[in-house]
Design a protein around this ligand. Structure first.
Ligand code: GRG
Length: 336
């Protein structure tokens, strides 16, 4: 989706980076000349940042789930949790903590917890009674390796561990903040969060749904967990209520953006370019943004969501906000 940044940010041809001088007014904190640190923030290397954070999250997840008795259950937990994902939720938690001046170690337990919850949602989503998918992250899905019963209780164990991990491993954070983070994750995955999105999705199968229902599904299935990750990062990092609300609105835009882009790629890319079956949504009759509003309007919606996401970061330090600003652009620009 190069057109998103091309139109929004007037990216210099061939540079692959956004020169500070070319940033649109909406992405600037102030109208004066920007300083060296801010110019560096605009040249931010998101790929290196994400690789570095993902490596540390993986090491922390590895420590959080040692292979102990009963071995097969813990092997199953580790199989899904440590498989190669993008780690967007945990990175969002760490970046949000650092946005408000907290350090990485403080947010690592909430970062690990959100990846555990994300892993549960993928394990359960792949089950024959749900999406019935045999492949996940390029390897056989959990139930194909460990069996359906083990896949279900692996999810149960990971949910319990996620909450235990936040409560027991978050260090040097006032207890009321940890408690708020626990409540945030509970609300994010519950019957008005992720589970609600999944329920409405299943319930809508085979029915003609409008934009309102489509949006409800994506805001609950995808955006809600991202919102919670960002919110918990700010909570343990010492941020105030207004900062929590800003990052939640940012993450909500990013979550919706992720889905709009997914739908657009399905109809604009080949199977080779995507690395998964292109045109699957159309073939299965799935309701998508391009189907409901047309490709051009869906592309406009993606652009609007990037602008809205970035606008939520305007009140924060530009340098500290660089990872989140570039993450939104990365999600808009991804090609597969
Ligand atoms: C109680 C946690 C819990 C869940 C039960 C099954 C279920 C309810 C919800 C399913 C939610 C679901 C599968 C949402 C999709 C979210 C999403 C955008 C997944 C795509 O993730 P990738 O492929 O992730 O971008 P990785 O981590 O592989 O990079």
């Amino acid at each position: 989706m190069a057109y998103v940044t091309a139109r929004l940010l007037a990216r210099a041809p061939g540079s692959g980076r956004v020169p500070a001088a070319l940033l649109s007014a909406s992405t600037r904190l102030h109208d004066g000349p920007i300083g060296q640190a801010e110019a560096a923030a605009d040249r931010f290397d998101l790929t290196a940042y994400m690789a570095d954070k993902a490596r540390r999250v993986d090491a922390a997840l590895d420590r959080a789930v040692p292979l102990r008795y009963p071995e097969q259950l813990h092997e199953s937990m580790r199989y899904s949790l440590l498989s190669a994902g993008k780690r967007i939720c945990p990175i969002l938690a760490l970046a949000s903590c650092e946005l408000v001046g907290g350090d990485e170690a403080t947010a690592m337990p909430v970062a690990c917890a959100v990846e555990m919850l994300h892993a549960v949602s993928l394990i359960h989503d792949d089950l024959p009674c749900m999406d019935n998918d045999d492949l996940r992250r390029g390897q056989p899905s959990n139930h194909r390796v460990f069996g359906e019963g083990t896949a279900v209780i692996t999810g149960d164990a990971l949910i319990a561990l996620a909450f235990e991990h936040v409560a027991a491993s978050t260090a040097r954070v006032p207890a009321d903040r940890v408690l708020r983070a626990v409540a945030e994750y509970g609300s994010a995955i519950g019957s008005e969060g992720l589970v609600a999105g999944q329920f409405v999705d299943i319930d809508s199968e085979g029915k003609a749904v409008g934009v309102g229902v489509l949006e409800y599904i994506h805001l609950h299935k995808t955006a809600r967990l991202l919102e919670a990750a960002a919110a918990c990062g700010v909570m343990v990092g010492g941020g105030g209520d207004a900062e929590v609300e800003s990052v939640k609105r940012y993450a909500r835009c990013v979550g919706q953006l992720f889905q709009v882009v997914d739908d657009i790629l399905d109809v604009t890319k080949t199977t080779e370019e995507l690395g998964k079956t292109a045109g699957k949504d159309v073939a299965s009759g799935k309701t998508t943004y391009p189907k409901l509003m047309g490709l051009e309007k869906a592309q406009e919606l993606a652009q609007t969501l990037v602008v809205k996401a970035e606008a939520e970061l305007h009140g924060f330090d530009r340098v500290k906000a660089a990872p989140l600003r570039h993450l939104a652009r990365y999600i808009a620009d991804r090609q597969n």
